[in-house]
Design a protein around this ligand. Structure first.
Ligand code: KIV
Length: 298
């Protein structure tokens, strides 16, 4: 006999079941011309909300360093910090494809270290895949990580871990030669086995051209509408990061302002003794109170 719960949490019979997103499904979305959605998360509640909203993929980005840990850039972020936040995200998300961002110096020193650290994201961080920055210079590392059975997402264009080499957080691929090099790097990453590629802060028409040349999906950030998917740093989208907002960000909320308002209201309530009210307090029975008073006044 089949039983259908009538409680408020019952699931309607025949409702389509959401499946866990995989790297294969990523590629199939591109083939079907369906857009891929991706957001960053660094903690359990954000991952839970993004997953419940239906986001295809969650990136535990090393942007963690700037938007959560308060560093000036992403360079100080360590493997231990990334794994700590990856675990929290993995506890919140059930369906999204989870991608751990390999921090600066976790994959540049040797191919062996790259494979070992990539493996830690899956074994200790609960991630499904890793992302790393760079093109041809990372081909050996990408090949080896993929060879170990770990899906790799590439990252080209503005690669924040190279901020000192790039001379700041500035758009890339704006000259004919830089654009050609970027296309070559994208093709190399595809050839080495990357399952997808982030294109950050590059001209829209170049990103569209590269997306059409590749069979793996491109995920754009500041790269126009011609990519196969889009990603934003969640703290930018929510207006939670107050230091600066890149031109390519669309703000969907002002959480920083909202947090400040809530904190000021709380402060006011505490100072004027309006909080806590009776409804926030624990009561005890009158006879217990009287017995207590009697016992201490003996
Ligand atoms: O670290 C990050 O959040 C990223 C995204 C900007 C793609 O790499």
């Amino acid at each position: 006999m089949s039983t259908v719960s009538v409680s408020p949490v019952s699931v309607s019979v025949g409702a389509p079941q959401r499946k866990k997103m995989t790297t294969l499904a990523f590629r199939q979305k591109k083939e079907r011309g369906e857009i891929i959605s991706m957001l960053t998360a660094y903690d359990y509640p954000t991952a839970l909300a993004e997953d419940q909203a239906g986001v295809d993929s969650i990136l535990v980005g090393d942007s963690l360093g700037m938007v959560v840990l308060g560093y000036a850039n992403t360079l100080p972020v360590t493997m231990d910090e990334m794994l700590h936040h990856s675990r929290a995200v993995s506890r919140g998300a059930q369906y999204a494809l989870l991608i751990g961002d390999m921090p600066f110096m976790s994959y540049q020193v040797s191919v062996e270290e790259a494979v070992r650290n990539a493996g830690r994201f899956l074994q200790q961080g609960g991630m499904d895949a890793v992302k790393l920055e760079g093109g041809r210079e990372r081909a050996d590392a990408v090949r080896a990580i993929v060879g170990a059975g770990i899906p790799v997402m590439g990252h080209l264009g503005l690669t924040p871990q190279s901020v000192n080499q790039l001379g700041g957080f500035r758009p890339q691929g704006k000259t004919a030669s830089a654009a050609k090099r970027l296309l070559e790097d994208a093709l190399i990453l595809e050839e080495t086995g990357a399952f997808s590629l982030v294109l950050e802060s590059v001209p829209a028409r170049l990103a569209e051209f590269i997306s059409q040349k590749l069979s793996i999906p491109t995920i754009g950030i500041g790269a126009g509408a011609g990519c196969d998917g889009q990603v934003l740093v969640t703290h930018d989208l929510l207006g939670l990061f107050d230091r600066f907002t890149p031109k390519f960000v669309k703000k969907y909320a002002d959480f920083h302002g909202e947090m400040k308002r809530a904190f000021a209201d709380y402060l006011d309530d505490v100072q004027t003794r309006q909080f806590p009210g009776a409804e926030h307090s624990v009561e005890m029975k009158e006879e217990e109170w009287e017995a207590f008073v009697k016992s201490v006044h003996r």
